[in-house]
Design a binder for this molecule. Structure first.
Ligand SMILES: Nc1ncnc2c1ncn2[C@@H]1O[C@H](COP(=O)(O)OP(=O)(O)OP(=O)(O)O)[C@@H](O)[C@H]1O
Ligand SMILES: [Mg+2]
Length: 250
């Protein structure tokens, strides 16, 4: 369970999060949606301690994010940020193997190598494993960062817009894989998505953010309505039910 209480965050004088209270239950997939600038990445980066909490509390599986050790946090939660900065002269397999560091602390064993191989295979990166990051495409790089988070093998997996740059087949593969991790391995997946149709098709619950607050939450069927799209996104895209789930007509 991720418990967020009275979370406020400002950058300079600008308020970014304005009192977020949210509980994300253990297991399943929660999609975070909302307009550009709503605060989704800020929220995710506070949960993953990529930024320091200014005010409020976050607990992940009972660990207080403000206090837990780096190693304990890294064994509970992996994150794929929206922006990633690493050396372009790093090979794909080496990038993915960083995910194992919190477990082996510099001395990878057989099991670590096996998990890296499995990650490369599951993200269809095996043929690219020896390539440098500046020798692969944007979508391939995106998959390599998702594979890195996967290889960390944590019960909680946070992904910020992992479908960026992915073609429809790669996007569906990635979402199916996340579904598998939730359904078969009991992992808790939190995923920021802009494509509401992917969110509706794959997630168990949606959390909608607007202006640094939670605007709505619930099942896709409850949350995705013409009214919500109008109020939260300020555009008139119609919603139709197809095979029992909402689909936004763009
Ligand atoms: N370093 C920064 N300095 C100033 N403002 C910032 C900074 N980083 C983010 N912001 C502002 O904080 C707000 C929330 O940003 P955030 O990245 O959390 O939004 P988001 O919901 O992830 O948006 P997107 O969908 O575009 O990724 C935005 O208004 C943004 O301009
Ligand atoms: Mg963002």
């Amino acid at each position: 369970m991720i418990e967020i209480e009275a979370l406020h965050h400002s950058i300079g004088k600008a308020p970014i999060l304005n009192g977020v209270d949210l509980v994300i239950p253990e297991g399943g997939m929660t999609a975070l949606i909302g307009p550009n600038g709503a605060g989704k990445s800020t929220l995710l980066s506070l949960v993953a301690r990529l930024r320091k909490i200014q005010s409020g509390h976050i607990r992940v599986a009972g660990h207080a994010v403000g206090q837990v050790s780096d190693q304990d946090l890294a064994r509970v939660l992996a994150v794929m940020p929206q922006e990633t900065r690493v050396s372009a002269r790093l090979r794909v397999a080496d990038l993915v193997s960083f995910g194992r560091y919190p477990w082996h602390r510099g001395r990878p064993g057989k099991a670590d190598h096996a998990i890296v191989d499995r990650a490369l295979e599951r993200f269809s990166l095996d043929p690219l494993r020896e390539r440098f990051l500046d020798e692969i495409s944007g979508g391939q790089k995106q998959r390599a960062f998702a594979a890195l988070a996967y290889a960390q093998d944590t019960p909680y997996l946070l992904l910020d817009e992992p479908l960026n740059n992915l073609d429809i087949a790669a996007a569906r593969d990635l979402m199916r894989l996340m579904r598998e991790l939730a359904d078969e391995e009991g992992r808790t997946i939190v995923i920021v998505l802009h494509d509401i149709n992917y969110a509706a098709a794959f997630a168990d619950r949606l959390v909608v953010m607007k202006d640094g607050r939670i605007a709505a939450q619930g099942t896709p069927g409850d949350v995705i309505t013409d009214t919500m799209i109008g109020e939260v996104f300020g555009t008139q895209a119609g919603v139709r039910m197809v095979d029992g789930r909402p689909v936004v007509i763009v």
